[in-house]
Design a protein around this ligand. Structure first.
Ligand SMILES: [Zn+2]
Length: 301
């Protein structure tokens, strides 16, 4: 294509108030400008595209990282839950330890009671307290599990032990070992001089002397199987303790229970007197084991 020197374009700018301005530009300039513009636009669009894809890849990377972070967060939460569980297990262990401690105290109390009443031996027991005291040192879940199992086992042992003791105490309530009245022991169990003067006779109980109207109490828990007048014995009460033992309370001035009444150890059942074959105000007290009279002093505490 042949170019002509004088082929120029004239651009006029006509303002409202000022004078007209005139520019002369080469005729090829608009084409060149258009091409340059198109090129710039193309480059710009390429650049934006590139930027966009970079942004996309960054976004993907971010998403991946974000997912990783979320996974880590979930993992961390799991760990936290595990830690909380472990801690609450620890708290539960502490509670159990306190419960067992409390039970041991109860047992000690019962044991003292038993030692007093029955002269029972101390049953052996495990090192529950020392285990409980070491709880704060426990770190692994396995150890916690083992300790929990051990403590549960000990708890069952202690529960059984307490039940045994309760049963034993319940039984002791039915053993006639409580003195039935205050007073002087004026006659023992066995062969003795007849108080009415004719040779020797067998005394099947003990005599406790005190003033008329002194309280007579049940020597143990049981059921009244006789309440009334008995020849020689006067006003008499007999209690069956339902364990082979029976007790008899004779010469009373007054009887305060009826046949069929259930009485607890220490319940008031009569008033001392001298009814029947008696030389003065006293209680004639007998203990029978399997329907044979035995020496009350061998049982009374
Ligand atoms: Zn007597």
């Amino acid at each position: 294509m042949e170019r002509k020197e004088d082929e120029r374009l004239c651009i006029m700018i006509i303002p409202h108030r000022d004078r007209v301005r005139k520019f002369s530009i080469p005729s090829w300039l608009p084409k060149v400008l258009s091409i340059a513009m198109a090129t710039i636009l193309l480059l710009l669009s390429l650049f934006i595209n590139n930027l966009h894809s970079s942004y996309q890849s960054l976004k993907e990377k971010y998403n991946i990282k974000s997912a990783e972070v979320n996974a880590l967060k979930i993992e961390n939460n799991k760990k936290n839950v595990q830690i909380i569980n472990l801690k609450s297990q620890g708290d539960k262990l502490q509670e159990k330890a306190a419960e067992i401690d409390h039970k041991l105290m109860e047992i000690d109390k019962l044991q003292r009671e038993l030692e007093k009443i029955a002269g029972m031996q101390n049953p052996s027991r495990g090192g529950v307290l020392s285990e409980a005291q070491n709880l704060q040192d426990v770190e692994s879940t396995d150890e916690v599990r083992i300790l929990l199992d051990t403590l549960e086992l000990k708890e069952v042992e202690l529960k059984n032990f307490i039940e045994d003791i309760e049963a034993r105490l319940e039984y002791l309530e039915t053993v006639p070992d409580l003195w039935p009245a205050n007073g002087r022991l004026t006659s023992k169990f066995g062969m003795r001089q007849n108080p009415f003067g004719r040779g020797k006779d067998f005394h099947s109980g003990i005599d406790i002397a005190n003033s008329r109207g002194t309280d007579i109490v049940a020597s143990a828990k049981g059921i009244v199987i006789f309440s009334g007048y008995k020849r020689g014995y006067g006003r008499t009460v007999i209690i069956d303790h339902e364990n082979g033992y029976k007790t008899l309370y004779a010469h009373n001035s007054e009887i305060l229970v009826s046949t069929g009444d259930r009485v607890e150890k220490g319940d008031l059942i009569a008033k001392m007197g001298s009814t029947g074959r008696s030389t003065g105000s006293h209680l004639h007290f007998e203990i029978h084991k399997n329907d044979e009279p035995i020496d009350p002093l061998s049982i009374l505490k």
